[in-house]
Design a protein around this ligand. Structure first.
Ligand SMILES: Nc1ncnc2c1ncn2[C@@H]1O[C@H](COP(=O)(O)OP(=O)(O)OP(=O)(O)O)[C@@H](O)[C@H]1O
Ligand SMILES: [Mg+2]
Length: 457
């Protein structure tokens, strides 16, 4: 790789605001602005010129990345200089669960980022109760990989109530035990409420806005110290769109905040909401990286992929020690679109049941003004014993592997083979898969073929 050029500059007190990236690139005679990365802190700025954008090609996330370390952190990606991008799921020093928010405009990579966190939770024995408020489309592979999954606003509000109930139960129990805080796995597991598309629940005019904001605030305040945390992914750029500014501001200033590509209105709001330190400025994340803007000659064709977004997952970890360093999430999932559940993402979760028991949401009192019925379904899985341990990759049969792969939904034979071969166990051939599938079909474990798909009975 060609060398990286580095310029260290002194900056005036208060730093340089509104850096003009184009002017900087003109000055350096660089035509691709994504090759130039600047960072400033405390009177100094570093401008680095890379041969190509250093975040262009990320490697796939691995199970090792997503398994929580002794300090309660996971690795979800890398900074532009190659150092690991870590986020905290637990603080062993204080015993606190975390409060996390992933912001970004549409298509910026919020849901994929969330999938890596969800997989990390499953791999690390953390119980997740998930609301996927885009009709379950945002993180479809979470089905069967989280303790509870709901896809409606009503379901989300019930889920939040149960989380607050659980936090209160723990507080009381720990008080009676004479304990001041939470100890991981003793007796309770770490637990998160996770809401994708949280803006839908919290925006003005949303049916349960006030209650949802109140419950989230409550979790941020009391849940944290008893091992019940909250993780939100949202399109909002302004905390007003997130249940009112006081709901999240305090919560997030001490939490984990990730900002993916933002819309033009977002940045000023984040500063005014106090999530970004004044005087700091972030190099924008373009939708398309690596395109050189130039005038095209008459009849000259544009590149085929000229306008295809390729910066998904690029982000800033605003609450880390490097809030202004550009970073990117690892690849999560297949590059090519999948017809059903993505086998690569399923493999990241790992087969086997998720930690924890599903919440029983059916008998929760209905939110005010609610019509009875239509209770959201909990995760389709039967309840499993609570465990705070990491699920060991113990010996499994091919039949187990096949049924686990199908737990997320029907697959074509080819996808099933890929899923089974991506689960971290022995590679198998199509012939062995076929034989075992027909055995399972004979035993009634697998249903009759339907539309070329293999389904569970
Ligand atoms: N970390 C990643 N690894 C691989 N592909 C990614 C990653 N992040 C984003 N992508 C790609 O970008 C697309 C959009 O990402 P994602 O669905 O996570 O965005 P989003 O911010 O949740 O968007 P929306 O607002 O539509 O929900 C994905 O379908 C995928 O193709
Ligand atoms: Mg999404």
């Amino acid at each position: 790789m060609a060398a990286v050029k580095e310029y260290v500059l002194k900056t005036p007190p208060g730093g340089v605001k509104n850096i003009d990236q184009e002017a900087l690139c003109d000055l350096l005679k660089i035509d691709d602005p994504s090759r130039v990365i600047f960072e400033q802190a405390r009177g100094e700025a570093v401008v680095r010129v890379f041969p190509t954008n250093p975040l262009m090609h990320m490697r796939p996330a691995t199970v090792a990345d997503l398994t929580m370390d002794a300090r309660g952190r996971i690795v979800v990606g890398a900074y532009y200089d190659g150092s690991p991008l870590r986020i905290r799921l637990f603080d062993p020093k204080t015993g606190n669960a975390q409060r996390m928010a992933i912001f970004g405009t549409t298509g910026a990579g919020k849901s994929r980022a969330l999938q890596s966190v969800l997989a990390a939770c499953k791999r690390s024995g953390i119980v997740v109760h998930l609301a996927d408020l885009k009709e379950g489309q945002s993180v479809p592979e979470a089905v069967g990989n989280v303790a509870t999954r709901v896809t409606t606003q009503k379901g989300a509000i019930r889920l939040l109530r149960r989380l607050v109930d659980e936090a209160e139960r723990r507080m009381k129990a720990y008080g009676e035990m004479g304990r001041s805080g939470f100890i991981l796995g003793d007796p309770d597991p770490l637990m998160y409420g996770v809401i994708d598309e949280a803006n839908r629940l919290l925006e003005k005019g949303a049916p349960y806005r006030d209650e949802a904001a109140g419950l989230i605030k409550e979790l941020g305040r009391t849940g944290r110290s008893v091992g019940v945390g909250i993780i939100l992914a949202a399109q909002a750029g302004h905390l007003e769109e997130m249940g009112g500014s006081d709901t999240l501001r305090g919560m997030l200033k001490e939490g984990e905040v990730i900002l993916l590509r933002w819309s033009s209105a977002m940045m000023a709001q984040l500063v005014s909401d106090g999530l970004l330190p004044r005087g700091e400025s972030l190099q924008p994340i373009p939708k398309v990286v690596g395109q050189v803007r130039r005038i095209r000659r008459w009849n000259e064709a544009a590149d085929e992929d000229e306008d295809e977004p390729n910066s998904q997952g690029m982000c800033y970890h605003l609450t880390s020690s490097r809030p202004t360093s550009m970073a990117r999430f690892f690849l999560v999932g297949s590059i090519a679109p999948c017809r059903g559940h993505d086998p690569v993402i399923l493999a990241l979760y790992g087969y086997g049941p998720p930690p924890g028991k599903p919440f029983d949401l059916d008998d929760a009192p209905d939110p005010e003004g609610d019509v009875p019925g239509g209770a959201p379904a909990a995760s389709g899985r039967p309840s499993v014993p609570t465990t705070a341990e990491v699920i060991p990759p113990g010996p499994v049969t091919l039949a187990d592997r096949i049924t686990a792969a199908l737990a997320g939904g029907p697959l074509t034979e080819a996808d099933l083979l890929a899923a089974v071969n991506a689960d971290g166990h022995k590679q198998i051939k199509r012939g062995s898969l076929r034989t075992r599938v027909s055995d399972l079909r004979r035993d009634g474990v697998i249903g009759p073929p339907s539309g070329g798909l293999v389904t569970l009975a």
